[in-house]
Design a protein around this ligand. Structure first.
Ligand code: NAD
Length: 296
């Protein structure tokens, strides 16, 4: 069985790594948080002292980190992955980062003889736990074929978006739309509730009408409408508002570089900026509904 190094064991990385263990892979793990490492070593992984220690025997390196700077640092900086991974290792970065940074890291990796994929995911923490993520991949087809089985242990949909960085472009388009849909869903629910409607009844109606969308149907932002959604557990866990703000910022940078108009994405970014400024960055991104709801 292949040996996998998994780096970044947060809300997404931890359940993804657990699925690799369940599939029988030999796993070395590293995170800045000792508690995050313990969660995986208790399930049978080897806890590494640092990133270099995690990757030194790996056939495949998978990273799931917050943002550009963490990925750059892991592969090109202090993490020293390009210096310490075995020469045949396949590198897969699943973080959501700028396409330009994904290309920069993939180019540096190729210069050292490594195949590398950008493989950001969609499906949230629920999809990560259930092993039903969608992987949106950029890079060479041959590298994607080498990754297919291992990604299949963590997800059920695999798309090839194009060359290096293309996975990130597609992911940013998706998340810009998600930010717009979550803000729009919140606005519509609040309007109905302000007129005395039950948010669950209104959600049921819109889910069977032309306003239906993922935020409404699977990740409802109104507390109590959906038991499994972060809204029903005080917006804990899930996908933080800070990370959504990061993604909406990446979308705006991508829009500027291509001179593509994105007025709704721009407005969604401003709403998440306001939300973050209000001190709610660590709450799940569906808590944007609180910008609309009268606070008691
Ligand atoms: P998170 O903040 O919960 O986890 C990130 C983890 O990386 C933390 O445990 C942190 O300690 C660790 N880390 C940071 N720097 C490190 C380093 N140098 N070395 C080792 N570990 C390091 O974030 P998350 O919610 O798991 O998201 C990870 C990525 O996936 C982000 O790019 C996010 O945009 C994307 N994403 C998240 C979701 C979601 O629903 N949470 C969905 C799709 C994509």
């Amino acid at each position: 069985m292949q040996h996998i190094a998994f780096i970044g064991l947060g809300n997404m990385g931890a359940p993804m790594a657990h699925n690799l263990l369940r599939a029988g892979y030999k796993l070395s793990v590293y995170d800045l948080s000792a508690a995050a490492i313990d969660g995986l070593t208790n399930a049978g992984a080897r806890g590494a002292a640092n990133a270099a220690d995690a990757v030194n025997e790996a056939d495949i390196v998978i990273s799931m980190l917050p943002a550009n700077e963490h990925v750059r640092d892991l592969y090109l900086g202090a993490g020293r992955v390009l210096d310490t991974a075995p020469p045949q290792a396949l590198l897969i970065d699943c973080s959501t980062i700028a396409a330009d940074v994904a290309k920069e890291v993939a180019t540096a990796a190729a210069g050292r003889g490594f195949a590398m994929l950008d493989a950001p995911v969609s499906g949230g923490t629920g999809g990560a736990a259930a092993g039903t993520l969608t992987f949106i991949v950029g890079g060479e087809v041959a590298a994607l074929e080498r990754a297919r089985v291992v990604l299949g242990a963590m997800g059920k949909n695999l798309f090839h978006a194009g060359g290096a960085g293309a996975g990130q472009v597609a992911k940013i388009c998706n998340n810009m739309l998600l930010g717009v849909l979550m803000a729009g869903t919140s606005e519509a629910l609040n309007l109905g509730v302000a007129h005395g409607l039950d948010p669950k009844v209104l959600s049921d109606i819109m889910s069977k009408s032309s306003g239906r969308n993922w935020a409404l149907e699977l990740y409802n932002p109104w507390p109590g409408v959906m038991d499994a959604a972060p809204a029903s557990r005080g917006y804990s866990g899930g996908f933080s508002s800070t990370l959504m703000l990061k993604d909406l910022g990446l979308a705006q940078q991508a829009a500027s570089s291509a001179q593509a108009p994105t007025p709704l994405g721009s407005l969604a970014r401003q709403l998440y900026q306001l939300h973050q400024q209000g001190g709610h960055g660590q709450l799940d991104f569906s808590s944007i509904v609180n910008l609309f709801r009268p606070q008691t």
